[in-house]
Design a protein around this ligand. Structure first.
Ligand SMILES: *Cc1c(COP(=O)(O)O)cnc(C)c1O
Length: 412
């Protein structure tokens, strides 16, 4: 049995044993950083693009070039990057309402999507302007008993030619495995074969820059994500992005602003520079988060806890699940993460009611950008199997201190 006094020594051993995995993450960061770097050069990013616009924001050159940079980075025809897309949920909502029309079918391929989409789809409430209120039909293919994509049922459902096939890459706050890029490619091939007019839309939240390729490179028609996660590189103060086929991105722009206005309005209000800087840093910041997750998995496996993914598993997102066995351990873990945050270290997280959850939830987060989960954060519903979801870490050297403090408090 280990005690909290063993954590420092264990950390040194672990860093040695995970060395090769960390090295692979560095290599990935190099590949993805160069992708971003060359997009900057290709598009001639200039300090004049950091100039702020106000009012309507017509002809905001920085905004237009930023869209081109994202389009190139994600190997897509077009992109829409806005500080006034308020979150990942908003970017996904804009995409769904931008594309889907009454009587269209949205088919979710990996079971029920992320919790915040319940109300968007209309699963949880009526009359608040959900897709269902507008006559969009939702259906889903459940995951198989291992939590994997059920390709047989997916193929059968695709024969009905749904308007959209929806896939969430990251596990989010589910217990299923995240969906790797090569599986996303298999889905894309199947869609093109069975139902080529179906629009393949991927929720890319938490997935950006963890692998070498992004969903549009393997056949997704559209992706969306949050800028206070990976793609904002911790510099974006707020925002979301959508990327993909040009016609689809423009439909989303029409919905985001107003029909007829599309992507041509929207003052940047001084945000362009942090969005450029964010995407520039995003691959290496994401690598720090991935390394922190690997360290945490290795540490807690050593301490006898189950994790998912395991420290040496292939990853496609930055989310780390640790099964902590008790409510007491969950609270101790979150207290440790909070106590070692640069911001709000003095706060004690306590479990509390959260709308949309059936049990109390505890959250630890001390971040430069409020609610940013590319910065080290952890949260957990207080119920079986007492699993904490940890993600982020913008500087590996400091983020491991949070993980170590979490380990110490769990052991004491
Ligand atoms: C975070 C997340 C969202 C929603 O993003 P918010 O910014 O929290 O609204 C959607 N899907 C997945 C997989 C996510 O991780």
């Amino acid at each position: 049995m280990f005690t909290s006094n063993d954590v420092e020594k264990l950390a040194l051993e672990i860093e040695e044993s995970i060395e090769n995995v960390l090295l692979d993450i560095d290599k990935m960061a190099r590949i993805n950083s160069r992708k971003v770097h060359s997009a900057f050069i290709k598009n001639g990013v200039s300090d004049t693009h950091f100039v702020s616009t106000s009012g309507y924001g017509y002809d905001d050159r920085g905004r237009e070039v930023l869209d081109c940079v994202f389009a190139d980075v994600f190997k897509s025809e077009a992109a829409l990057v806005r500080h006034f897309m308020l979150s990942g949920t908003h970017a996904l909502t804009v995409s769904l309402f931008g594309i889907l029309r009454p009587n269209d079918v949205m088919l979710s391929l990996a079971g029920k999507p992320y919790d915040t989409l319940d109300a968007v789809i209309g699963l949880s409430s009526k009359g608040s302007g959900s897709l269902r209120d507008f006559g969009v039909i939702y259906s889903e293919v459940a995951l198989d008993s291992d939590g994997r994509l059920d390709f047989v049922t997916i193929e059968n459902e695709l024969r009905k030619q749904p308007k959209m096939a929806y896939l969430q890459r990251s596990r989010g706050y589910d217990t299923r495995p995240s969906i790797m890029i090569d599986e996303i490619e298999k889905v894309a091939v199947l869609i093109k074969k069975i139902s080529p007019n179906t629009i393949f839309f991927v929720d890319n939240c938490y997935g950006e820059f963890v692998e070498e390729k992004e969903p549009c490179e393997v056949g997704a028609d559209l992706i969306a994500g949050s800028l206070i996660k990976n793609a904002g590189g911790s510099f974006a103060e707020s925002g979301g992005y959508i990327a993909g086929r040009k016609d689809l991105v423009e439909m989303c722009a029409q919905r985001l602003t107003a029909p007829g206005l599309g992507s041509e309005v929207g003052a940047s209000l001084g945000q362009n520079k942090s969005l450029f800087r964010g995407i520039y840093f995003a691959p290496s910041i994401t690598a720090n988060a991935a390394k922190t997750a690997v360290f945490a998995a290795a540490m807690f496996e050593k301490l006898g806890f189950e994790t998912s993914p395991s420290w040496n598993d292939k990853r496609t997102d930055i989310v780390q699940q640790i099964y902590l066995k008790s409510a007491k351990n969950l609270c101790a873990f979150c207290e440790g993460i909070q106590a070692m945050s640069a911001i709000d270290s003095f706060v004690t997280p306590t479990p509390a009611y959260m709308p949309g959850y059936t049990s109390d939830v505890i959250m630890a987060a001390g971040a430069f950008v409020s609610g940013s989960s590319i910065e080290l954060s952890a949260d957990a519903p207080l119920r079986e199997p007492y699993c904490v979801y940890m993600q982020g870490g913008i500087i590996y050297d400091n983020a491991v201190l949070g993980v170590m403090e979490a380990a110490k408090r769990v052991l004491s």
